[in-house]
Design a binder for this molecule. Structure first.
Ligand code: GDP
Length: 288
């Protein structure tokens, strides 16, 4: 699927919030989709305000690419805040089957009350997926639907009526997700989103993003970095690190100098395609 970048301005944010809140009126439970590799940076900063008291299930998507031990820490972190978080991989479907059961459990009390009022066969649980761009909303909708549902925004200017997608017998999902903005004000957040490919490469300087990524890897995953690029030790100096990787990988200009753009490209490509293994970019202790 092509990567979409939405330019967010205050007016757009207010509109997005309004749109999500309109959809909330139709549903019983919201699925807050986060990137398991950076659950805080991929979270909308106003999410508590936007969702209010609506029952919420947190889904840590792309868990297949995240450091498993760190994902466990996040699940505990959310649990301590009284929230259930499930790790999922919307692309392959791992963990997706647990969603409907968890959603049902969350709205048990509401449905019990419906039954107590004499409604014998309550309707299916109604759900909405919310999340920032590129977190995997469409992939999850398609996975839950068991078929391809056209992505909103695929056809500019065409707004289609919202529809319910049946997920088994007991759940219905709105076919258009709630699209929310990330926390832009924080430079760290921007870099993490860029490293994971969640925001378009043209927006930030690629060398800057690679500098951020290499500093992060040097601190948190030094062995993986050393192994991938055949480094005996990791230079503290970032230019020296670029130089070493560049020479190892043959990223040279015709004059024989290291081509830093090429090094940046390779490092980011390697991270995004898991050549450095499963990586998490923030832990509950380091959360942004
Ligand atoms: P949306 O903008 O939130 O609707 O995001 P998309 O559904 O378009 O997904 C963005 C990118 O992430 C696509 O390239 C997907 O294939 C990929 N993706 C989505 N879910 C997963 C997942 O669980 N694991 C992995 N590895 N990739 C995923």
């Amino acid at each position: 699927m092509p990567m979409t970048v939405i330019q967010w301005f205050p007016g757009h944010m207010a509109k997005a919030k309004r749109e999500v809140q309109e959809k909330l009126k139709l549903i019983d439970v919201a699925f807050e989709l986060l990137d398991a590799r950076l659950p805080m940076s991929s979270r909308n900063p106003m999410i508590d305000d936007i969702l209010g008291q609506k029952p919420r299930l947190i889904l840590l998507n792309k868990a297949d690419m995240a450091d498993e031990a760190v994902t466990e820490q996040w699940i505990r972190y959310f649990h301590d805040q009284g929230r259930l978080a499930l790790p999922i991989d919307a692309q392959s479907g791992t963990g997706v089957r647990q969603i409907a059961a968890a959603a049902k459990e969350m709205v048990k009390d509401k449905f019990e009350k419906m039954r107590a009022k004499g409604i014998k066969n309550p309707r299916p649980v109604r759900a909405l997926i919310v999340g920032i761009p590129n977190v995997g909303k469409s992939t999850l909708i398609n996975r839950l639907a068991g078929r391809h549902i056209a992505k909103t925004g695929d056809k500019p200017g065409v707004t289609k009526a919202q529809q319910w997608i049946k997920v088994g017998k007991e759940m219905e999902l709105l076919d258009t997700p709630g699209i929310l903005w990330p926390k832009f004000e924080d430079e760290d957040v921007g870099y993490k989103l860029a490293v994971t490919g969640a925001i378009k490469d043209e927006i930030l300087n690629l060398q800057d993003v690679a500098v951020y990524a290499l500093r992060f890897l040097s601190t948190h995953y030094p062995n993986r970095l050393a192994e991938r690029y055949g480094l005996d030790d990791i230079p503290d100096d970032i230019v020296a690190l670029f130089d070493t990787i560049g020479r190892r990988r043959g990223c040279l200009t015709s004059g024989g100098a290291v081509d830093y753009d090429k090094v940046a490209d390779i490092v980011l490509y390697d991270i995004r395609t898991e050549k450095l293994g499963r990586l998490s970019f923030e832990t509950p202790a380091s959360r942004t």
